[in-house]
Write a protein that binds this ligand. Structure first.
Ligand code: TYD
Length: 135
């Protein structure tokens, strides 16, 4: 499946780098929520492992590195995030698993909606059933 990666506008000079995301300008949705995952102490830990019915997200590795397995119900691919100026856009109805975190990794997520427990699909078979019905 095709990954939707974005390059974040970045100013780099001898003092270091500054990356910028402006709401509604640099990304294709309104940011309603920000959360970040860090302190993942083992490579084999899997975070995520769910899909969302409506939520769009932009995922950035602002420190360290991790992998995202992205699955649209037909095929899956792995995206390695390891640069703070690289972002991955996740559309609704995409199954994601985050793994292989370096111990210093900080995974920043910009989300299009407030937290809504009813927006989650946590059962992979249910996810497949819903995506198959759409294809
Ligand atoms: P969880 O969904 O298990 O994280 P991950 O997707 O990385 O596996 O979320 C961990 C806890 O945090 C869980 O109790 C739900 C809660 N949570 C919120 O309260 N608000 C949020 O915006 C998010 C993302 C999680």
């Amino acid at each position: 499946m095709k990954l939707n990666t974005l390059q974040i506008k970045t100013h780099t000079d001898s003092r270091g780098c500054l990356s910028i995301i402006e709401n509604n300008k640099d990304i294709p949705f309104d940011i309603k929520r920000i959360y970040y995952i860090y302190g993942v102490s083992q490579k084999n830990i899997v975070r995520g492992a769910h899909a969302h019915k409506n939520l769009q997200q932009l995922i950035i590795s602002i420190a360290g590195s991790f992998d995202i397995i992205v699955d649209n119900g037909i095929n899956r691919t792995t995206c390695a995030l390891q640069k703070p100026m690289q972002a991955l856009h996740i559309s609704p109805m995409t199954w994601c698993e985050l793994t292989n975190f370096s111990t210093d990794a900080v995974c920043l997520v910009l989300a299009s909606e407030h937290y809504d427990i009813n927006d989650y699909i946590r059962d992979y078979d249910e996810f497949l059933k819903i995506t198959k019905a759409h294809h």
